[in-house]
Design a protein around this ligand. Structure first.
Ligand code: OAD
Length: 246
């Protein structure tokens, strides 16, 4: 089937949907210049595996190394802008809102680009690298002193850390509840730029399928979802998503 037919079918599914859920992964931010999760370890960091840095144990063992890695990633993110993929998802959300169609965007990304693009119904499953909290009590901290070491919480004195979910940590309860509800009640589930391997996010499109939803995947490479998706579009988010506008 010619590729444009898949996009036409996907657009028709979105057009007729009574409820839409979207799941995005690092792939949607690739065209904004942000390395996907497993590419982030370049340069100084290339000798580490994510699992060695993005964990509470790694932070406690070497707070400065982990804090500095996230400070570097925050700088990368601060220079990034939403791309055509992020913008297209805002347009789809607006079209849904105009029609009274429920829309929820669930992201695994921590870069904050969906919010920057204007997405309103946003569920950040893995937190947001632009936010900082303290290690012991989760006190949110808006600003912190520039220091060579790791800054301390002004409320309790414990070390500050990025407000992201690390390996081995549980996801924010409210976000997970919202993501599960949207995935189990949607009529169309759009899955963009995720390798669909990290749980519990990886199960969301399959839950949607089990509830009878139609699943559209947008990814340049095959994933465990590709063979099960109603429509699998091989392509990049920035190039494909504008073609799915209602
Ligand atoms: P991955 O790096 O595992 O996968 C990125 C996916 O995006 C791959 O399937 C690529 O083929 C695809 N991709 C690359 N460029 C793309 C583009 N321009 N348009 C569309 N897709 C593109 O990232 P995630 O699946 O997001 O969790 O990883 C999920 C989670 O694993 C992350 O959130 C992180 C990590 O453990 C935590 O940090 C808790």
């Amino acid at each position: 089937m010619p590729p444009e037919d898949d996009r036409k079918r996907a657009r028709a599914l979105l057009d007729g949907a009574t409820a839409v859920a979207v799941l995005t992964g690092a792939g949607i931010s690739a065209e904004s210049g942000i390395p996907t999760f497993r590419d982030a370890l370049t340069g100084l960091w290339e000798k580490f595996r994510p699992e060695e840095l993005a964990t509470p144990e790694a932070f406690l063992a070497n707070p400065k190394l982990v804090w500095d890695w996230y400070a570097w990633r925050r700088e990368q993110v601060a220079m990034a802008l939403p791309n055509a993929g992020h913008v297209a998802l805002v347009a789809i959300e607006e079209a849904c809102r105009d029609r009274g169609v429920d829309f929820t965007l669930i992201t695994q990304n921590v870069d904050g680009l969906h919010e920057l693009a204007g997405t309103r119904r946003l569920v950040e499953l893995h937190g947001n690298i632009r936010r900082v909290k303290c290690f012991d009590h989760g006190h949110a901290v808006k600003s912190w002193p520039a220091t060579d070491g790791v800054p301390a919480c002004p409320h309790c004195g414990s070390l500050l850390r990025p407000d992201v979910v690390w390996f081995g940590e549980s996801l924010p309860g409210v976000a997970l509840t919202q993501a599960l509800a949207a995935s189990q009640s949607c009529e169309v589930f759009l899955c963009v730029g995720t390798s669909t391997v990290v749980e519990p996010a990886a199960s969301l499109p399959f839950m949607a399928l089990e509830e009878g939803a139609k699943v559209i995947e947008v990814n340049p490479t095959r994933t465990p979802l590709t063979g099960r998706a109603t429509i699998a579009i091989a392509g990049s988010a920035g190039e494909v998503l504008p073609d799915l506008l209602l």
